[in-house]
Design a protein around this ligand. Structure first.
Ligand code: GDG
Length: 743
């Protein structure tokens, strides 16, 4: 369009210029043309009136001559007529003959060509013709024609000429625009076809196919080049950003212009609990909450979650909203209420007795009950309705969190087809054989494929998911772009390793390391220089707490010098206590800790201090800062944020991280001591290495790990997903536009 305007405007200007230049010529032409016409007309009149005039003159009837003249000058253009018998005589004239015409002057009006007389009434054309006759005296006839019509005609001609040029300009412009649009579309669809790998030379006949395939490599190369450039730009952009709440907010503004962002998770970031006559606000122990809380602070959206606190209903407004964080409200929680049956079936049942063990290879059998499944479906639908009611636009960005909501993406997509749905699966995805255990595997996969983007922590989990889809449902899997096309909708499967807030909140690291060391040792009745190891987990069987304790026992067996001089404090936040398997696990953990302590306690402080209770985040950080080592021994873990938090807490560059090879974090933190938690001897050796590691080595390892966590923090995790969503939205808008143009 712009191109067309760039051509059309000058064209109109040029044509207007031509019209302006031609106008005086038009005047001259029309004048000459009409004067010639008047001359001829005068000759005709002279010839016509000659005979009757001669007769009247011969009869001496001057009055009749005047009457005759008056009669013949009734034509509107024939202005006047007169006759002079002699140059000195008076003129016999019609009424209208201009008074300035005298017989004596007629000599000068004689001769060929036009004679113009300017009067008040306008220009007049004067013709003087001699009257030769044998019977009558010679005289001169004077004929006067009105010329004002010539000016009128000339103006009209100019006007028509102007209209003509304007019409011409319009026609030429129209033709130009049409031709330009047609050739642009042709070129564009040619390019699109080329990029799709279709032939440039689409010729009818037998040789069309070979020529088409000749161009395919070029098209593929071109497509690859574009993809590389795109991902390069993305990577460069991502690398150039120093990821912080501010930069995330700025990116959200620039890329998504403050669009409607909704988070859905089971667990709420703040829980209101009743303690006697006062209400306490708690932050739950969850990696997911730890990761998303700073993002919601940055983009002020709505977080939809199950209202599970004893005072949650008291804290909300009429729309079930509560503004959080309580001290500096930055976003709102929309609480969804579940009945005890719903909670039992959806949360404890299908999610945590079915999906959780299914996805973690931790040797706990999944339990699937159809009654749980029914509640899971119903609760997912309840949350889908909440998303629809909370969305301010028809195309919000919805961040669906975790395995509690496998069906939600499809349900949202049915109600809000234009929504950008990013589903993040915080736990591992197993291999297809393991996943096939699930009786509703097809429904779960179809539900998840309602997402625009599906994120996992590691490429390994992405591969497992794509393999599972490929194996069990009718979908088209593209392993080059890592997308799944299902039911006419495309889902991009991507790796987004989650992380933590960096730099950590000042209040987390404000207490000096020395004070943390002293206070924690005092609190646990340990001597000041006592070696301290920590483990901070939800009391979950996937975290490998039993294996951890066995490794400690083995250390004390292999290196008895640590008995009485090393203690491991295990902070174990109670979790899913309604599930039998968790109760059983807690009992086992308590029993094992007691047995080990009993075995070694005679020689000083106990080897294991087990604290099965919730701790505030600041207390958790105090433990991290007080410790000589942190032991993460998960049997299977999506990422494991505890590992990254320990690194973030150690601004003194000291402390050793022992990390299970079965965590996502192990792929990002190779400077940790990486262990197989099932191998007690190896873990015991790692514990010994950690306890004896020189300060310089601790510093070198810690600095590298801190560098990585600083660079790949949680804002980058969210930013990458949201940037991806933004470019997806841009591409789909472009697609819609092209679609419209093509139609
Ligand atoms: C899932 C995936 C993935 C622990 N005890 C207390 C407490 N915590 C905090 C830790 C940490 C969080 O809970 C645990 O996060 P993890 O990542 O280690 O594990 P999950 O809860 O299983 O999280 C996991 C994560 O989602 C994120 O995607 O990494 O793989 O399983 O922040 O510090 N916090 C408080 N008191 C405690 O007693 N306040």
């Amino acid at each position: 369009m712009k191109l067309s305007l760039r051509f059309v405007l000058p064209l109109i200007l040029v044509l207007a210029g031509i019209a302006y230049a031609v106008a005086p010529l038009v005047d001259q032409f029309t004048l000459r043309w009409f004067v010639k016409d008047l001359d001829m007309r005068s000759t005709l009149i002279v010839n016509t009136i000659q005979e009757p005039l001669q007769e009247l003159l011969q009869a001496g009837k001057k009055t009749r001559v005047v009457e005759y003249f008056n009669r013949i000058t009734q034509d509107e253009r024939f202005y006047g007529v007169g006759y002079c018998a002699t140059p000195s005589g008076t003129v016999l004239a019609s009424r209208s003959l201009p008074k300035q015409l005298h017989c004596r002057d007629l000599e000068s009006w004689s001769g060929p060509g036009e004679h113009l007389l300017q009067t008040e009434k306008g220009p007049l054309h004067v013709t003087v013709r001699p009257q030769e006759s044998e019977a009558a005296p010679a005289g001169r006839l004077v004929l006067v024609h009105d010329m004002s019509f010539i000016t009128r005609r000339s103006e009209e001609t100019k006007r028509y000429l102007f209209y003509f040029f304007m019409g011409l300009a319009a026609v030429v412009s129209l033709i130009t625009v049409v031709i330009a649009q047609l050739s642009w579309r042709g070129w564009m669809s040619g390019m699109r076809a080329l990029l799709r790998g279709e032939g440039l030379l689409r010729q009818p006949g037998a040789d069309a196919q070979p020529k088409q395939s000749e161009f395919k490599p070029i098209a593929r190369d071109l497509q690859r080049l574009i993809n590389e450039l795109e991902s390069d730009v993305r990577a460069r952009d991502e690398n150039q950003v120093t990821w912080s709440p501010e930069s995330l907010r700025a990116i959200l503004h620039a890329e998504l212009r403050g669009e409607d962002v909704i988070v859905v998770s089971n667990r709420e970031p703040y829980i209101h609990q009743r303690r006697g006559d006062r209400i306490e606000v708690q932050q739950p122990a969850s990696g997911l909450v730890t990761a998303l809380e700073p993002i919601m602070r940055a983009c002020s959206g709505t977080w939809i979650a199950h209202g599970s606190g004893t005072a949650d209903r008291e804290a909300v407004d009429a729309n079930d909203h509560v503004a959080v964080p309580p001290d500096h409200p930055a976003y709102q929680i929309r609480r969804v209420w579940l009945t005890p049956e719903e909670e039992a079936g959806y949360y404890y049942g299908f999610s945590n007795e079915g999906m959780w063990p299914l996805c973690h290879i931790a040797h706990v059998r999944p339990t699937f009950r159809s009654s749980d499944w029914a509640q899971y479906v119903a609760v997912n639908r309840k949350f889908a309705e909440a998303v629809v009611s909370e969305s301010k636009t028809k195309n919000p960005i919805v961040l669906v969190q975790d395995y509690h909501f496998a069906l939600l993406p499809k349900m949202i997509r049915e109600k809000l087809p234009d929504a950008t749905i990013i589903t993040f699966w915080h736990i591992p995805w197993p291999n297809p054989e393991s996943f096939a255990i699930c009786p509703w595997r097809d429904e779960v996969l179809a539900g998840m494929l309602g997402s625009s983007i599906l994120g996992f922590h590691t490429q390994f989990h992405c591969n497992n998911f794509v393999d599972t889809v490929d194996r069990f449902i009718e979908a088209r899997v593209d392993r080059e772009s890592f997308t799944v096309s299902f039911g006419g909708k495309l889902t991009a499967v991507r790796r987004y390793p989650i992380s933590i807030e960096w730099p950590p909140a000042p209040e987390m690291v404000s207490k000096p390391i020395a004070d943390c060391r002293n206070d924690i040792r005092q609190l646990n009745e340990l001597p000041p220089e006592h070696k301290l190891g920590v483990g901070i987990d939800r009391l979950d069987y996937t975290k490998g707490i039993m294996e951890r304790f066995r490794a400690i026992e083995r250390l004390l067996e292999l290196h008895p010098e640590w008995v009485g001089s090393f203690t491991f404090v295990q902070v174990a936040a109670p979790t899913r206590t309604g599930i039998g398997e968790y109760q059983h696990h807690e009992a086992q953990v308590r029993e094992l800790a007691a047995r080990i302590n009993e075995r070694f306690e005679r020689r000083g402080p106990p080897p294991i201090v087990l604290k099965v209770e919730h701790h505030e985040p600041r207390e958790v950080y105090e433990y991290f800062r007080a410790a000589d080592l942190c032991f993460v021994s998960s049997l299977h873990d999506g990422m494991n944020l505890v590992a990254k938090e320990f690194v973030a807490a150690r601004d003194d560059d000291r402390g050793v991280l022992i990390l299970s090879q079965f965590t996502g974090a192990a792929r990002e933190l190779p400077e940790a001591l990486i262990v197989n938690p099932y191998d007690a001897d190896q873990c015991a050796a790692a514990l010994h290495v950690a306890l004896t590691m020189p300060a310089e080595e601790q510093r070198d390892r810690m600095r590298l790990m801190r560098g990585l966590v600083a660079e790949f923090n949680v804002f980058r995790w969210a930013g990458r997903m949201l940037l991806h969503a933004a470019s997806m939205r841009r591409r789909s808008k472009l697609g819609e536009r092209n679609g419209r143009e093509e139609r």
